[in-house]
Design a protein. Structure first.
Length: 272
């Protein structure tokens, strides 16, 4: 039996979540390939699959107790490829190239915003002075998978309705700029990490999952259009609840900090 204390051995429980992360990278790169080939629906589906895999790898790591620094770094690299580069290339190839330099500028802004958002997330996750409950319940800005799905929302609506307005380059430029701003902003959004249900509603919950899965298989673009709309509606709700729960607390901490700084300045005697 192998000695698990041997530093040359890599635990299998850590390999599983990392393998899922690698699959997410492959999905993101496949999305870029589909965009180059003009297979737009396949490109969007590949990004959505990458989002599902991104949600699974973290949960598998916690379930198997296989979290590692290597896995965290690999996950960030996967996110920038699948949710930063891939959506920008897809949207640019689909509509933004019609406005030439402006379209490419917005693609760059979106990818840069995603990179900065991921860097901020990694920094905040290691910060000790942040409220743990707040960090668990809310994200600062739109998380990477949700931002990618929202960036591709005009394409999803176009697949559903075949309305040319959603492919209008000017509309796509403005829309992608708004998503980029929300991605890098500090607007609180729900993390859904503590989402739970009562035991008496478990059967209804499972029934809802089966209905949702059926709709994804039969009417995927209509289902994802509704999901995107519902998520956008949760953003102002999250901002309101966050302000009610943590706004007053932050004001009090700010006043205490200002008062302590004022006292410390008074204690410092000027040199003669």
């Amino acid at each position: 039996m192998p000695n698990l204390n041997d530093h040359h051995l890599f635990p299998l429980r850590s390999l599983v979540p990392n393998a899922i992360t690698v699959l997410a990278i492959c999905a993101g790169m496949s999305a870029i390939r589909f965009a180059i080939l003009g297979r737009w629906e396949g490109a969007v589906l590949a990004v959505l699959i990458a989002g599902v895999l991104d949600g699974l790898d973290g949960r598998m790591a916690r379930l198997l107790k296989g979290a590692s620094k290597f896995g965290a770094e690999l996950d960030s690299l996967s996110d920038i490829v699948s949710f930063g580069v891939a959506p920008a290339v897809i949207l640019y190839s689909w509509a933004l190239m019609d406005v030439k330099g402006v379209g490419w500028l917005l693609a760059l802004i979106y990818t840069t915003s995603m990179a900065l958002r991921l860097a901020r997330f990694n920094t905040m996750s290691h910060a000790e002075d942040t409220n743990k409950e707040e960090k668990r319940d809310y994200f600062a800005g739109i998380p990477a998978p949700a931002a990618a799905a929202l960036a591709l929302w005009p394409m999803i609506l176009y697949f559903l309705t075949d309305i040319e307005f959603f492919r209008n380059p000017v509309f796509c430029v403005i829309y992608l700029g708004c998503i980029s701003a929300l991605t890098i902003s500090s607007v609180p959004t729900f993390s859904f990490k503590r989402l739970s249900i009562k035991r008496k509603y478990v059967l209804f919950y499972l029934l809802g999952i089966s209905i949702f899965a059926t709709l994804l298989v039969t009417q995927i673009w209509a289902t994802m259009s509704v999901v995107g709309l519902l998520y956008l509606l949760t953003i102002p709700v999250a901002a309101y609840q966050h302000k009610r729960k943590y706004g007053q607390h932050k004001k009090e901490n700010s006043k205490k900090k200002t008062a302590s700084e004022a006292v410390s300045k008074k204690d410092i005697k000027p040199e003669k």
